[in-house]
Ligand binder design. Structure first.
Ligand SMILES: NC(=O)c1ccc[n+]([C@@H]2O[C@H](COP(=O)([O-])OP(=O)(O)OC[C@H]3O[C@@H](n4cnc5c(N)ncnc54)[C@H](OP(=O)(O)O)[C@@H]3O)[C@@H](O)[C@H]2O)c1
Length: 332
């Protein structure tokens, strides 16, 4: 079968289209014929060896997928051949024609396409848990979302709006800002305007009640010190800038503001019900028409390196999906 494999970590050049044997499901595993793979920022970090933990090499990239079960191993008989499923494989392997997985799977609801199914799990549970479980966003609050036109960002804008919050979203281009506005957020193009000033202007000088930050560095410091209201909550869930910060004990205690962290990996195994609930909540919001699963662009498997470049060059608006069909498409 075709697969996108790396034998060493690095830039897009390490991503090779290879022919490898179709994997066989072992005990407790199922095999899925992959139709669509969701690209996440973490896939780039894994390829570059900048993720929180390294992967064993050679490594078939891709962790979030959607497709049809085509073989069931022993002790996995509750899963059926022909079921349409969406899932995530910590061990990678999804950028291929088939993936074997120890099921972290859900049945794809009727009415959702394979491509939409590849856009639910990772960014969806992140946005959902950030808003409902970590920041505990309340009706009437103001929520500032950084990188708001990205995969997590556009979902967070919509989920926070659905919870009755007023949402401000930052992004680097007018096109991205337009997407944020279309999905209910108040956009701020930080390439043109000072985003802190804009946030203060939108909040009568008080600052936002909640800030979701995946950028880090200066954005994190300014969010905490200048753009967050007293007793507000800042959630740090990514470091796209790769910039570290310095905060002293005094900075934190004198701020009267809550600094919260979110990373799914350490709590996932012991809180699967929480994650599963978040995914179901998102599906309900999508089915009620309150959240749009915004697919920005799709790429065929052979062009996976282009898809990674597209995301790394910050061109994506919403989700990037890599498919096992040979066409490429763009939508808003
Ligand atoms: N903690 C967790 O469990 C968890 C889970 C999922 C995702 N995440 C994190 O959430 C963030 C969003 O993930 P995603 O998959 O939805 O990606 P994404 O938001 O679609 O892409 C990242 C966006 O971040 C913005 N950005 C700002 N400064 C950047 C910089 N210096 N370098 C690169 N991008 C920069 C860019 O938007 P602009 O051009 O508009 O600035 C870019 O498009 C990532 O940082 C990811 O690691 C964390």
């Amino acid at each position: 079968m075709k697969a996108i494999q790396m034998e060493e970590t690095g830039g897009p050049e390490v991503m090779r289209l290879v022919d490898i044997p179709v994997p066989e499901p072992g005990t407790g595993e199922v095999r899925v014929k992959v139709e669509a793979v969701g690209l996440n920022y973490s896939d780039i970090l894994i390829r570059e060896s900048r993720y929180m933990s390294d992967v064993p090499l050679p490594f078939v990239l891709g962790r979030e997928f959607c497709g049809t079960i085509d073989k069931v191993g022993s002790d996995a008989e509750n899963w059926k051949i022909g079921q349409r499923v969406f899932g995530r494989n910590t061990e990678g392997g999804a950028l291929a024609e088939y993936v074997v997985t120890r099921p972290i799977l859900d049945v794809l609801p009727d009415g959702l396409t394979f491509i939409q199914g590849a856009a639910i799990r990772v960014q969806g549970r992140t946005a959902m848990l950030l808003i409902d479980h970590v920041a505990k966003v309340q009706k009437g609050e103001t929520v500032l979302v950084h990188a708001a036109a990205g995969g997590v960002g556009l979902l967070a804008v919509q989920i926070a709006s659905a919870r009755g919050a007023s949402v401000i979203g930052t992004a680097s281009t007018d096109e991205k800002c337009q997407a944020i506005a279309e999905l209910g957020g108040t956009p701020v193009n930080y390439s043109k305007d000072d985003w802190v000033k804009e946030v203060l202007a939108h909040t009568d000088g008080n600052g936002a009640d909640v800030i979701l930050d995946s950028v880090g560095g200066d954005v994190l410091i300014r969010s905490y010190k200048e753009a967050l209201t007293i007793f507000g909550r800042l959630v740090v869930f990514g470091v796209a800038s790769h910039e570290t910060i310095q905060l002293t004990n005094r900075d934190i205690l004198a701020s009267n503001k809550a600094l919260l962290g979110y990373w799914v990996t350490p709590f996932f195994d012991n809180h699967r019900h929480l994650v599963a609930g978040a995914i179901q909540d998102l599906i309900e919001l999508a089915q009620q028409g309150k959240v749009k699963l915004a697919i920005g662009k799709t790429f065929p498997l052979e062009k996976s390196a282009e898809a990674f470049n597209y995301m790394q060059n910050r061109k994506n608006i919403g989700k990037i999906v890599i498919t096992n069909q040979s066409s490429e498409s763009s939508s808003s």
